[in-house]
Ligand binder design. Sequence first.
Ligand code: HMG
Ligand code: NAI
Length: 439
Amino acid sequence: MSQPVTGFSKLNKEEKIEWLNSHYLQNSPDAIKVLKQYWNEDAKLQQLHEEFTENTLSNFYLPFGVAPNFLINGKLMAIPMAIEESSVIAAASKAAKFWGSRGGFKATVINTKKIGQVHFIYTGEKEKLKRFYDYIKPVLLDSVRDITQNMEKRGGGVLDIELRDKTAALENYYQLHCYFETKDSMGANFINSCLEKFAHVFQAEAENWKEFTSEEKDIEILMSILSNYVPECVVRAEVSCPVEQLSEENGMKGEEFAQKFIRAVRIAEIEKYRAVTHNKGIMNGIDAVVLATGNDFRAVEAGIHAYASKNGTYTSLTHAAVEDGIFKFWMEIPLALGTVGGLTSLHPLVKLALDMLQNPSARELMEIVAVAGLAQNFGAVQSLITTGIQQGHMKMHLMNILNQQQATPEEKRIIVDYFRKNTVSHSSVITQLEKLRQQ
Ligand SMILES: CC(C)(COP(=O)([O-])OP(=O)([O-])OC[C@H]1O[C@@H](n2cnc3c(N)ncnc32)[C@H](O)[C@@H]1OP(=O)([O-])[O-])[C@@H](O)C(=O)NCCC(=O)NCCSC(=O)C[C@@](C)(O)CC(=O)[O-]
Ligand SMILES: NC(=O)C1=CN([C@@H]2O[C@H](COP(=O)(O)OP(=O)(O)OC[C@H]3O[C@@H](n4cnc5c(N)ncnc54)[C@H](O)[C@@H]3O)[C@@H](O)[C@H]2O)C=CC1
């Protein structure tokens, strides 16, 4: 490929595939076959998926699974999970079962405030800007009435606007730091529309503000955008039980298990290398539910990891303690989720996932997602401090190895049976398969 391509976006799907194949895939008939074999037979459904994004060539499958037996705030739920990694759904299901017989999970939404900012440059006297802001704030709130009226009927809207002086960090830099309540939507489009209107009105009114010099009137709007850092849109998930109830299924006395578990969490609290992996385990659960329910996992990931370092050092999102003989395990995380808007009513599997969850509000979905994260972390840490992670993970990964080796259904049956009593490793599976094939 020696030249960049122009007008690629204007080609139709077949032409795009042809171009790609001739320039990057050595005109391979197999490549075309692979791409086309993932097209849906239902042309309307195929078109729907193609139009979710741009330059679509095919569909990319992820397994859509379910973790049953989640008792959350007294309600028994089956949680949909879209994830490619083996053992995640098994671990969530196992943790759900474990806590289901110990009172279940409790989850509470603490707050649902979202944030957006207009970033601007003002060169001039701070006091004058402050006086202008006092005048403009009600004008700004009034200027978005046409955008906010329906959200206000739902109990949401713009909550507040603050003028923030950031000049200590960057010369002449200020913000309109705005708070929103977006009810059952994630709110990105609602927030961004309000912010862009604020920016426009702010700039236009500054030009007419008599106190300003001509330089002060010339406010430069840099950008208007929601923040994916939502430390005031937070949910708490927790489990607890008497310490002695931890002994069952763990092959350890409850006291010993609790102590090891709390230490493992403590290490994630104080040690960054461990914290990142610990939190990755939490995100196994969170991302899978966020994806299955059509939410924006990039936004969720970015916000949660920022929250994990809110005190200046990256640390564990979960915490554990024993108080008066009661083992407690909990987590507070920020989550900006929607059960309306985005893909939620468009993607048939997303609709089904939300139906499975009995069509939750965004607040209820926050609780479910947080519980999935907490359960996942419990499952991973429980494995780490008892059998080690590889035993369970490799047990679940066995099928991937067999598929890589193109094992037949009969070979799979025999090998799976063999590894019920033997430890799975990549090489041991290959050896067993070779032995079988030589027989
Ligand atoms: C894998 C298990 C669950 C096996 O655990 P086990 O005790 O061998 O499972 P079991 O066969 O005795 O079954 C017990 C229950 O587990 C579930 N379960 C068991 N097998 C299945 C299956 N095939 N499909 C669906 N569910 C399954 C299911 O709920 C089942 O109950 P049942 O349905 O029979 O009434 C356990 O070893 C475990 O929880 N391991 C942790 C796995 C894990 O965390 N994986 C994530 C990937 S590793 C990673 O990315 C993160 C990490 C670990 O690095 C994070 C960190 O370091 O903190
Ligand atoms: N930085 C980021 O995270 C950005 C994300 N996005 C994308 O924006 C999308 C989410 O934006 P949204 O504004 O949530 O989606 P949206 O604009 O599709 O739908 C939300 C709208 O649904 C309506 N609505 C109906 N019933 C409602 C109810 N009960 N509660 C609240 N609203 C209700 C409201 O008009 C609301 O504005 C996602 O696809 C995300 O990926 C877009 C820009 C930036």
